[in-house]
Design a protein around this ligand. Structure first.
Ligand code: GLP
Length: 241
């Protein structure tokens, strides 16, 4: 793992964002794996800025989001689709037909999983996968478990995840299930960029970087990937000696 500890979220957003921009400039039809949560917001703002400055175009890019809540309408204000539309897609020139999202309301998860896997193959595989990390070490919505997962599956959200995300669901009950790309899907990306900021992530970061590779800390599996850049602020890195 290539650990990069930076002073501010803005520095991280710029450095990570420049990696995305370079990738897309070199390969205009790159496939980007995208994440949600609070962590990538600064990066998405930076990508918008670079698009508006004419530095980069996402016209031919394909995007694949990691996960989506179950039992929540696609256009609900709390869906991850809405998050991505508001924070990135509506602000850049990515084309709607190149945006790939899991359907959290599907009644046939196996078919959804197969279709997503095929779409990724058709796009030539994911060039860069962006990740955040949960306080319990989850990536996407791969929660601590007894085994590492393969492809897309329906997952029950852990108490830790419900607790961390409940603030976004003030007026409705938070969904308890989600569809997520599996660990094997994530590891197939050519390059992975993980961003973690704030002291609430420090223990998960320590387990990811220093701990054993175990499905109890799903992010620890990234130790086995050949090209992972981990951007941390000092708080998130504070338990790394
Ligand atoms: C969420 C998402 C993850 C995200 C993580 C951290 O539950 N499913 O993709 O990386 O939790 O979120 P945040 O960046 O808000 O801390």
């Amino acid at each position: 793992m290539d650990l990069r500890i930076r002073m501010t979220e803005a520095e991280i957003a710029q450095e990570a964002g420049d990696i995305f921009c370079r990738c897309v400039t070199q390969k205009p039809n790159a496939a980007l794996g995208l994440a949600t949560g609070a962590t990538p917001l600064a990066l998405y703002a930076y990508l918008q800025q670079e698009y508006q400055r004419g530095i980069v175009s996402f016209r031919e890019v394909q995007t694949f989001n990691l996960d989506e809540y179950c039992d929540l309408p696609k256009y609900h204000r709390n869906s991850y689709f809405t998050y991505m539309s508001e924070n990135l897609f509506s602000q850049i020139d990515v084309q709607d037909h190149n945006i790939h999202f899991l359907d959290g309301n599907t009644t046939d998860v196996a078919a959804e999983a197969n279709a997503y896997a095929q779409a990724i193959v058709d796009a030539g595989g994911i060039d860069i996968q962006l990740l955040g990390i949960g306080r319990n070490g989850h990536i996407g919505f791969n929660e601590p478990a007894d085994h590492f997962t393969d492809g897309v599956f329906r997952t029950k959200l852990s108490e830790s995840t419900l607790e961390a995300n409940r603030i976004y669901f003030s007026d409705i009950a938070m969904p308890r299930y989600a569809l997520t790309m599996g660990i094997k899907d994530i590891l197939q990306a050519r390059q992975i960029i993980l961003i973690a900021t704030g002291e609430k992530k420090a223990e998960a970061v320590r387990a990811m970087v220093k701990g054993p590779v175990t499905p109890q800390c799903p992010a620890s599996v990234l130790q086995q990937h050949a090209d992972v850049i981990v951007f941390l602020d000092e708080a998130a890195a504070s338990l790394l000696s």
